[in-house]
Design a protein around this ligand. Structure first.
Ligand SMILES: [Zn+2]
Length: 94
């Protein structure tokens, strides 16, 4: 589906379905932010109640983990948003 990291291919090589008309906009980013908050905040609370990690290390670990997870999640989430729009014939797939 993707020609580049977050750029959908113009059309499917097999069936010719056009993917460049989607209108996912910022919705994948909102979903990733929502999911990251629900993953990282409980994890931070649990880790800090179980372990005594120095604040300097935490200042490096949590933003790095957030960045890593955001980069890992954004493409599948965008693909899911575009697939949902396609399945419902919404926003450019009508
Ligand atoms: Zn196809």
């Amino acid at each position: 589906m993707f020609a580049r990291f977050l750029k959908p291919t113009t059309a499917c090589a097999h069936c010719g379905q056009r993917w460049d008309a989607h209108q996912a906009d910022d919705f994948p980013s909102y979903i990733v932010i929502l999911l990251l908050g629900h993953i990282l905040v409980p994890l931070m609370i649990e880790v800090n109640s179980a372990l005594d990690i120095p604040l300097g290390w935490q200042a490096a670990i949590w933003p790095s983990l957030a960045l890593l997870l955001a980069v890992a999640m954004i493409q599948p989430v965008k693909g899911a948003v575009i697939a949902f729009q396609w399945s419902r014939r919404m926003h450019g797939f009508g």
